[in-house]
Design a protein around this ligand. Structure first.
Ligand SMILES: [Zn+2]
Length: 272
């Protein structure tokens, strides 16, 4: 299989979910073996490969390099992983990826408009050399070697209950069944989030608010919540900088657990 990039640059503007500030990204074609590169437009167009960034989480996934930050990278990365785009440059004006409608749909639509370009270079997909597992109380994640990517995801939340999904990676299925699933938050958390200085750009337009009286907007799928968690995982595992083949099981996961997994995978693949 050859590597891919996009044919044309595309631009997306909008408000960041956490910073509440307007930002703009331009996604541009990149040559084979580039991977995902961020270009800090506000910092003399400094370019940094995703593998060279420091990863942290706080209600979202944050990348950092020399004191420069990019908040909420998970949905754009999910779209790139879901559509199997190997090489792109993402120029960022501002500090956060626009939240759009809280899902990956806008990114997918824009990337599809941009068109796919095939690059005559073999695609390198990470093969997991051994099983990896992380448990944290009643939450857990484990990954097994496989020749394709498949994910089992289970969640349990108040007002939502248990939801589960089994996903075998396929770009068409990703586009139709995963990408449109939106971010969600809980009514009783809103005060805490505001105190912590988060979710400043949160609104009924870019997230589903869950409370005792139901949901703030009609759901796009009855199990939209677990689909969104899977969408987040598809983004977080692309922090590896390359696609991966593995069977991944997640019970009550979130960005912390996803990023722990990414760090552990980096350790075992660096060993070889
Ligand atoms: Zn998300």
């Amino acid at each position: 299989m050859w590597q891919t990039t996009i044919k044309n640059s595309v631009e997306i503007t909008g408000v960041g979910l956490h910073t509440g500030r307007e930002s703009r990204i331009i996604i541009s074609p990149a040559p084979a073996n580039t991977g995902i590169v961020f270009n800090f437009a506000d910092k003399n167009s400094l370019k940094v490969k995703i593998d060279d960034m420091i990863i942290s989480t706080n209600r979202g996934t944050i990348l950092a390099h020399n004191g420069y930050f990019i908040y909420t990278v998970e949905h754009i990365l999910s779209a790139l992983n879901g559509l199997e785009l190997d090489n792109v440059e993402i120029t960022l004006e501002g500090e956060e990826i626009p939240s759009c409608d809280g899902s990956a749909k806008v990114f997918v639509d824009k990337l599809k408009d941009a068109g796919v370009e095939t690059l005559e270079e073999d695609r390198r997909i990470i093969q997991l050399p051994e099983p990896i597992w992380i448990f944290n109380g009643d939450k857990g994640i484990f990954a097994l070697p496989s020749d394709k990517l498949s994910i089992y995801y289970i969640i349990e939340f108040p007002w939502i209950g248990k939801q589960w999904i089994f996903y075998e990676h396929d770009p068409a299925r990703y586009e139709q069944e995963i990408a449109p699933a939106r971010t969600f938050g809980f009514e009783e958390e809103i005060e805490t989030l505001v105190t912590e200085g988060l979710a400043k750009g949160g609104s009924f337009f870019n997230s589903i608010i869950v409370g005792k009286n139901g949901y703030s907007s009609p759901l796009r799928y009855p199990d939209e919540f677990v689909r969104h968690k899977l969408l987040d995982l598809m983004g977080d595992i692309y922090l590896l900088g390359k696609r991966i083949n593995a069977t991944i099981f997640v019970v009550k996961g979130g960005h912390n657990l996803h990023v722990e997994l990414v760090k552990r995978i980096k350790e075992v693949i660096d060993d070889r």
